[in-house]
Write a protein that binds this ligand. Structure first.
Ligand SMILES: [Ca+2]
Ligand SMILES: [Ca+2]
Length: 308
């Protein structure tokens, strides 16, 4: 059984002053099919109002307000916009960033301003007969403390799309506290793409050649991936000492094999705190395949076959 990933949250502000960098060259063009109205039932669900706050937040310090000069997208929708806030939902934001890396246009068309300050985000719900589309509408107000977002946001302070996807997901699931309990990236991938995922647990025991070929094929296809760390109690090395977070989901941005030197590029959805020292603490880092198999416990990869 996969372990639930989360609820670690960044202990400091998750925004980094560094500008976004280009996506790793290993991320290729998207292959996720766009929505077909003949395949999916569109069932709009209107759930306005504010999803309840997480238990850790002091509600007396929170003001629900629109972000000043807020814009749905600033410089387009990009994987490195995503920054996790004080919600234990790495399983949501790591997968969101992974889909943004492989298929930004698929996400862009799922998020829109419907007018009057109301936004709609469309998700897929799993049913026995396949994915059913759920359109969630939320207003643009967000929980702010001293004018700053307490939950997920974007590197650019005015950019709204990450916060609105998170708010709509929270509204759909029943509140921010509901999505604060950790979860599985495969569920997020399904909600965002309508596709099932392959799950590889216990990477140390799995055959290395199989793990590599799965990741290499997904990199080539441009299929989103995430990888999760073990809980510290189940692992012999000290995660914090190497810049990793226990029980945490990371976007897996791609793999590369240059002259037999195999590496894996990942991103912490916090947008900070990373393995190694590459000179830029933006959460993005590259590690050897051997180190990846040592420190990471599992892998979730969206399937190529839409019907699967
Ligand atoms: Ca952006
Ligand atoms: Ca970095």
């Amino acid at each position: 059984m996969p372990s639930r990933l989360g609820p670690a949250v960044p202990t400091t502000a998750s925004t980094s002053p560094t500008p976004p960098e280009a996506a790793p060259a290993t991320v290729t063009t998207p292959r996720i099919a766009s929505v077909s109205s003949t395949t999916f039932d569109a069932t709009p669900v209107l759930r306005p109002g504010a999803p309840s706050l997480t238990a850790e937040v002091d509600p007396t310090r929170i003001t629900w307000a629109r972000v000043e000069r807020g814009q749905l997208f600033v410089d387009g929708l990009s994987w490195d916009d995503v920054t996790q806030g004080a919600v234990g939902n790495c399983y949501l934001l790591s997968a969101l960033s992974a889909v943004a890396a492989t298929s930004p246009e698929v996400l862009t068309e799922r998020i829109r301003h419907v007018g009057g300050g109301v936004y709609e985000v469309r998700f897929f719900e799993k049913t026995r007969t396949g994915p059913r589309e759920i359109a969630v509408r939320v207003d643009g107000t967000l929980p702010l403390e001293d004018g700053e977002r307490v939950y997920g946001g974007a590197r650019e302070a005015r950019e709204l799309w990450v916060s609105l996807v998170e708010k709509a997901f929270a509204a759909w699931q029943g509140g921010y506290e509901v999505i604060n309990q950790g979860g599985f990236p495969e569920d997020t991938f399904y909600a965002l793409t309508g596709r099932k995922s392959d799950y590889v647990g216990d990477l140390q025991r799995a055959r290395a050649s199989r793990v590599w070929s799965l990741m290499e094929a997904a990199t080539k296809d441009g299929r989103p991936m995430t990888a999760g760390t073990w809980l510290q109690a189940d692992f012999e090395a000290d995660y914090e000492a190497v810049g990793l977070v226990e029980g945490h989901a990371y976007s897996l941005l791609g793999v590369s094999d240059v002259g037999g030197e195999r590496t894996v590029t990942l991103r912490n959805p916090w947008g900070t705190t990373e393995f190694g020292a590459d000179g830029r603490d933006d959460g993005v880092f590259t590690m050897s395949f051997d180190a990846f198999r040592r420190y990471f416990g599992d892998l979730t990869i969206v399937r190529a076959d839409a019907a699967a």
